[in-house]
Design a protein around this ligand. Structure first.
Ligand SMILES: [Zn+2]
Length: 461
């Protein structure tokens, strides 16, 4: 039996890690050359909180019950999701039943933390450093001793707030955060007992969203000779060097996984999906909403929709998720859905060019009756065009939301690399499903895979 160590790099894209920058990432290159690697098909949608938790549970988005950062509560109000919204067990819960020890660091959507056999420190979406952010509580006290504890979980407090930061300030904060996270990680690797050690670095995601146009010459907003043209690559090189130090600390025989939850793709712009629905006459706002909407945009809220008149409304950044109103549609539901799908595929870019739009309906999910399950999920131009559900912007195209702009958005595929004594197969394999990682970890740790996990472990020998 092997111990398993996971080094998660949020949003690491196959194009950068496997191709363009590989020669500058010697530690990752060595792992690829001695183990199994693949592109990883992320969840639908490829959102950070769904993807990491699908990876760690072996279950799909609908079984997790998490489709987004927000959900509609029973009073029809917008709420932010917490770990308590997750419907299924994750690897560390299963390992706890089997007496195995886990250390889980910075996995998105682990706030409030749950009591496991081991240690858990929350990550993205943690609301602060308190007893809900770390288990056991003494770890939270340790975090408070760092020089910038308020940046321990994210570079700025509040959803999407990193988008409002000046570029040099963002980069500075990403390093401050990552350094603190890695210091605690290294300390726990050597001082505590564990069978499974899982960690997620969110800094890469924060930088990628904002820096893509500084290095990608094909980006619509490419800045030639930008002082930040190497900033993202430098951060990857820094993570790679840190990983080398970490690998040297791991107990002999540990299996190492380097993985991302999704990739990234340059962003051409955003489709203002609710404006589009309003123009079509499918969405009607309440009088109260019309008074609250100001130029520049406000975040969409469920309370803004007049549900007595609207046929549909849309949610989602990067991907778009449409919810149809059966109360208004009645018998017309199926036909309306078909029409809407066709009309969504026909949306053109701002210059009149067709988009390579992908559309998914509920039947892809194992638990399609979950109330948060969208009727239609759309990847405009395979996610090169994002969705903007905000209200108050003009027309159907925009280049920023109410919280700021993006240089890149999430794409469908991330990276997967596994190496160690228990991996004797040595090749690049076909694309894997993100859900295959949980059963792979359980198998490596000699724990029976629960029959609720329907996907098979990755073949490593
Ligand atoms: Zn992510």
């Amino acid at each position: 039996m092997s111990k398993v160590f996971v080094f998660g790099i949020d949003g690491a894209a196959p194009r950068l890690v496997f191709d363009e920058w590989l020669d500058d990432l010697p530690t990752i290159k060595r792992l690829i050359n001695t183990g199994v690697s693949a592109k990883l098909n992320s969840t639908i949608p490829p959102s950070t909180i769904t993807a990491w938790n699908s990876m760690m549970s072996g279950r799909d988005t609908s079984e997790l019950g998490i489709f987004s950062f927000t959900y509609k509560d029973k009073n029809g109000q917008t709420q932010i999701v917490t770990s308590e919204n997750i419907l299924c067990e994750r690897v560390w819960d299963i390992l706890t039943h089997h007496g195995k020890k886990s250390i889980v660091l910075y996995n998105p959507l682990t706030y409030p933390v749950n009591k496991i056999n081991g240690i858990m420190v929350s990550g993205f979406l943690a609301l602060g450093i308190d007893r809900k952010s770390a288990y056991p509580a003494e770890i939270a006290e340790k975090i408070k001793q760092f020089p910038n504890p308020d940046m321990f979980f994210d570079v700025a407090v509040g959803l999407g707030r990193h988008k409002a930061l000046d570029t040099s300030e963002l980069i500075k904060r990403v390093y401050t955060m990552t350094n603190m996270q890695l210091t605690l990680l290294k300390d726990l690797i050597v001082k505590k007992e564990w069978d499974f050690f899982h960690s997620v670095m969110i800094g890469s995601d924060r930088l990628q969203h904002m820096l893509w146009h500084h290095f990608d010459e094909t980006h619509r907003k490419f800045i030639k000779d930008s002082p930040y043209k190497n900033a993202l690559k430098e951060y990857y090189k820094y993570l790679d060097a840190q990983l080398a130090e970490i690998l040297a600390l791991l107990p002999e025989g540990t299996t190492t996984i380097v993985v991302s939850d999704h990739g990234m793709v340059k962003q051409e712009g955003k489709i203002n999906i609710n404006n589009w629905l309003i123009e079509k006459g499918y969405l009607v706002l309440t009088e109260d909403a019309k008074n609250k909407i100001k130029a520049g945009g406000v975040r969409f809220r469920f309370e803004f929709v007049d549900m007595t008149q609207s046929k549909a409304y849309g949610l989602g950044a990067y991907n778009a998720r449409f919810f149809l109103n059966k109360d208004v549609l009645g018998e017309e539901y199926d036909l309306f859905k078909e029409i809407l799908v066709e009309e969504l595929k026909e949306i053109l870019d701002d210059k009149g060019n067709p988009l390579e739009t992908k559309v998914y309906t509920k039947d892809i999910y194992n638990n399609p009756t979950h109330p948060e399950c969208p009727d239609i999920t759309v990847y405009f131009d395979d996610l090169r065009w994002a969705s903007n559900p905000d209200l108050g912007q003009e027309g159907i195209y925009s280049w920023q939301t109410a919280v700021g702009a993006d240089s890149a958005g999430h794409s469908r595929q991330g990276i997967f690399i596994i190496a160690g004594e228990s991996v004797t197969r040595n090749e690049k394999i076909d694309d894997i499903d993100i859900r295959q990682i949980a059963p792979t970890v359980l198998q490596l740790l000699d724990v029976q895979i629960p029959n609720t996990i329907k996907v098979k472990p990755i073949i490593l020998k």
